[in-house]
Design a protein around this ligand. Structure first.
Ligand code: DI6
Ligand code: FE
Length: 422
């Protein structure tokens, strides 16, 4: 799609199915007014696309001439549908007991030795039925959607064997069929070493990067891959083996990079032109420069930072100075971020990491779209993009970051169709 700095453009060849007037529109198009704001504008859709954005008076007269339905937004704000670009939405069980134990002074390591941590979620996920996994994930997805989320990235990673990873990715696809939301699937092959491979790390990485990736990709279940590159998880070399295998198949990558230490994972992600490098509490100037040069988006995950009570935030100034695009996501997972509110993540990105509200909102729209490789389709309100947008009863866009626990979303349109759930 052609990028335009002037969203007040119009298509002359298409007619409209519906037009929205009296909205205050934050297009989130870069380089225009703050938030890409348009005043006195209207937006028309045809099919699942935005067909026209232009002055409200023109919209009304044309709508009358074409006899298309007109929706009066009564001054509500309209923004692009939000994108949660990093979630582990599908898992069995819960880690609430672990949370209680940690608050009673039992350490994460003690919990892990007693069978807690990621392994406990792997056990609960392997024991769950596909129907149960789908039902719990639908509930979480619906809570995200109620805030105006229209695209969700969903990672596997709690199966750690081919059969269960396949189920997780199938459930992710099913979510996208059952709900009016678009789902991007990520095969998080390297999340943790399963106990059955405890004595054979290399063998596990070979399975993940070889036959398992092949089977899952051939089944059409994989939009991207991901690895947890960290001293408690997988090394640079192991991560690279997986990224190289994905690259051979033409699959893009995300990397969990710099959550607990700077191992050079951001540089590796950049070398493989990853869509995103995620977490980045620990990244240096060289990692930031590499991400900027490769166009890899930095996905900030304040929910995990908050739950783990970490004290070193990502070096946002360094990332900004290097020109890295910033995104924000929930990291919804049972262990470190049991968060189903992207609006709460927006607040935390501002209060804990120092993003401006405009940066944070760009981080769940325009830049989140890049982080999932869908920037030509979603993330801004522009003619030709998919008609995904949300309506909010707020006075200004920054209010989306300001509220703690309120949900001002009053309506959602997904692919040109108003959602009943909003
Ligand atoms: N980083 C995280 O914070 C989560 N996964 C990851 O790679 C933790 C997942 C868990 O504890 O279940
Ligand atoms: Fe994560």
């Amino acid at each position: 799609m052609q990028q335009s700095t002037d969203p007040m453009q119009q298509s002359t060849t298409r007619e409209w199915d519906r037009v929205w007037v009296n909205a205050r529109i934050a297009t989130m198009v870069a380089g225009a007014a703050p938030y890409g704001n348009l005043t006195g504008a209207a937006l028309a859709v045809r099919g699942d696309r935005i067909a026209w954005i232009g002055p409200a008076e023109q919209a009304l007269s044309r709508a009358r001439a074409l006899d298309v339905p007109v929706e009066d937004c009564r001054g509500q704000w309209m923004l692009p549908g939000l994108i949660d670009c990093h979630t582990h939405l599908i898992y069995g069980g819960s880690r609430v007991e672990e949370f209680e134990k940690r608050l009673c002074g039992i350490s994460y390591e003690e919990i892990a030795r007693a069978g807690g941590g990621i392994q406990s979620t792997v056990n609960a996920t392997r024991a769950a039925s596909a129907a149960g996994l789908l039902a719990s994930a639908m509930g979480r997805a619906q809570r995200l959607m109620a805030e105006g989320v229209t695209t969700i990235e969903v990672k596997s990673g709690y199966g750690l064997n081919l059969a269960v990873e396949r189920i997780l990715l199938e459930v992710a696809r099913e979510l996208g069929r059952r709900l009016p939301v678009s789902v991007r699937t990520t095969y998080l092959g390297l999340h943790d070493l399963p106990t059955e491979f405890a004595a054979d790390r290399a063998g596990f990485v070979e399975q993940v990067a070889g036959p398992w990736l092949e089977a899952l990709a051939d089944a059409g279940l994989v939009d991207a891959v991901d690895a947890f590159c960290e001293n408690i998880a997988f090394t640079l070399a192991e991560t690279e083996r997986f990224l190289a295998a994905a690259q051979t198949r033409g699959l893009p990558a995300h990397v969990h990079a710099g959550q607990l230490s700077d191992m050079g994972a951001a540089e590796l992600a950049a070398r493989y032109r990853a869509l995103s490098a995620d977490h980045l509490e620990f990244v240096g100037a060289s990692g930031a420069r590499a991400l900027a040069a490769s166009g890899t988006v930095a996905v900030l995950l304040p929910g995990a930072f908050f739950m783990l009570r970490q004290t070193t935030p990502p070096p946002v100034n360094v990332l900004r100075a290097a020109g890295v695009s910033l995104a924000v996501a929930t990291d919804c997972n049972p262990g470190t971020s049991p968060c189903t509110s992207l609006l709460l993540a927006l607040n935390m990105a501002c209060t804990l990491f120092g993003l401006t509200p405009e940066e944070a909102i760009a981080g769940v729209t325009r830049n989140a779209a890049r982080a999932v490789g869908l920037e030509t389709l979603v993330g801004t309100l522009e003619v030709g993009k998919r008609a995904d947008f949300a309506f909010y009863q707020i006075d200004r866009p920054a209010e989306l970051c300001y509220n703690l626990g309120a949900n001002p979303c009053v309506g959602v349109v997904f692919g040109g169709v108003a959602r009943a759930t909003a």
